[in-house]
Design a protein around this ligand. Structure first.
Ligand code: PMP
Length: 449
């Protein structure tokens, strides 16, 4: 067991005193202190094991030995910045290019998803010479000021909606304006984007970019309806804008069948800019923007150098290469397909027995289980979702969290080595907790829990 340097109470007291309180802890009432991790398991200071269902950053498994070895070896040899010629950055860019459509062949390396989205915004505005941005309702694209402005999830609570930012409805076929029973929800939701673009133009403004996650996460683990993205791209491009796919949460094979979630949507669909982050470095700060020759050319043409002190350094790129190797060597996409399908199937079976499960959705190891108090009205069961997450942690040492506009969706985005047994365990435990709520007639939605 790794040595605990401070007693847990002391760590917590110091944290409360020294770290800004807006940086919140998981399980604020009784935080877990994790001292080491491996694969999909976390270990606390007492050596107790927790099953991790939410760390999509630790994509190939916590502290994967191939990744830590590559990092240590490169760190011992050299770490400079991208102004020096070095093999790692080009070898890594080349490997990424092989995963993407041919058109997306120019790369900028940065250190976080937020930096990637901020740069995507700059690229789009420079290329189009337009200012306005269209985003999906409830979206989150990062913590920089520029991204708070294009994240309804944040700006509604903070800075308000800027006149250059526009919001289209979330294409949620479970509870949105067009649902599963609609004959063509993809087209119908794309028309809502067209309407917003027309409104932008009527105001004499011009669209630079449409930003969307390929599977909206904070929106509640939403799967975009078929045909939506290519139709939207058509409308966006005819307005002179570009399509930015935020793959910060969804990329690198999480969906199993494809390397990128935007490839799920339709054969041949290709965004103009793709941003990536979280899983790229398996926990090391590594993120990236991929774009076309034309867009990159416009950014170069302004004559201003783009320099990023840490972005694309030899250590980061060595780590990125090792992550790609592990995804392939361990067939983690195949695992995400198999285990994800099993997990979803088990939840569907649970849904047949528990009224409170309103919807089970997702693809690969990106799954959402939405809880509702009334299936007809789809009233979000926010408190029950929080209760389930809390019980899972306290009774079973399983880490699950909630998402969606009402925090009523239990989300599953585990490391990609998540196993069939892990899937069975988590569903078994949720079954027990939901059965307990029913048999004790707990009306959690009306109570303070
Ligand atoms: N885009 C999406 C979809 C995200 O979920 C996040 C982080 N949660 C970001 C961008 C920002 O990434 P980072 O926290 O690495 O800056």
């Amino acid at each position: 067991m790794a040595q605990e340097k401070l007693k847990k109470e002391k760590t917590l007291a110091m944290r409360n005193r020294l770290i800004g309180q807006s940086c919140r802890l998981f399980y604020s009432e009784d935080p877990v202190k994790i001292v080491r991790a491996r694969g999909q398991y976390l270990f606390d200071e007492k050596g107790q094991r927790y099953l991790d269902c939410i760390s999509n950053v630790h994509h190939v498994g916590h502290c994967h030995p191939a990744v830590t070895k590559a990092a240590a070896a490169q760190m011992e040899l050299l770490n400079t910045n991208a102004r020096f010629l070095h093999d790692n950055i080009v070898l890594y860019a080349d490997r990424l290019a092989a995963t993407l459509p041919e058109k997306l062949c120019v790369f900028y390396f940065v250190n976080s998803g937020s930096e990637a989205n901020d740069l995507a915004l700059r690229l789009a505005q420079e290329y189009t010479q337009h200012e306005d941005v269209l985003v999906l309702d409830h979206a989150y694209h990062g913590h920089l000021m520029s991204l708070i402005d294009i994240s309804p999830y944040k700006f509604r609570k903070l800075r308000g909606q800027k006149e250059w930012v526009h919001v289209a409805p979330l294409p949620d076929t479970y509870r949105g304006i067009y649902r599963e029973d609609h004959p063509n929800p993809g087209q119908a939701y794309a028309e809502t984007v067209k309407d917003v673009i027309e409104e932008i133009n009527r105001k004499g403004r011009k669209l630079s970019a449409f930003f969307a996650e390929s599977l909206p996460s904070v929106g509640g683990q939403i799967v975009l309806p078929k045909g939506y993205s290519s139709k939207v791209a058509e409308y966006v491009r005819s307005a002179g804008g570009v399509f930015v796919a935020d793959e910060v949460q969804t990329g690198f094979g999480r969906v199993g069948s494809h390397f990128w979630a935007f490839q799920l949507h339709e054969e041949g669909f290709c965004p103009d800019i793709v941003t990536m982050g979280k899983p790229m470095g398996n926990g090391h700060p590594l993120a990236c923007v991929a774009t076309t020759v034309d867009i990159a050319g416009a950014f170069t043409a302004n004559g201003v150098e783009y320099f990023n002190t840490f972005g694309g350094n030899p250590v980061s790129c060595a780590i990125g290469l090792a992550v790609l190797d592990v995804i392939e060597d361990e067939d983690l996409r195949g695992n995400a397909t198999r285990v994800g399908a099993h997990l979803k199937d088990l939840f569907k079976k649970l849904q047949a027995r528990h009224e409170i499960i309103g919807d089970v959705r997702g693809v690969g190891l990106f799954i959402g289980v939405e809880l509702v108090t009334d299936r007809e009205k789809k009233t979000p069961a926010t408190k029950t979702a929080a209760w389930v997450a809390k019980r899972l942690k306290e009774e079973d040492r399983i880490c699950v969290s909630t998402d969606g506009p009402w925090e009523s969706v239990l989300k599953f985005k585990p490391p990609m080595c998540f196993s069939m047994e892990d899937a069975e365990l988590v569903v078994h435990c949720i079954d027990r907790i939901l059965t307990g709520i029913k048999s004790n007639d707990l009306k959690l939605e009306n109570e303070d829990i």
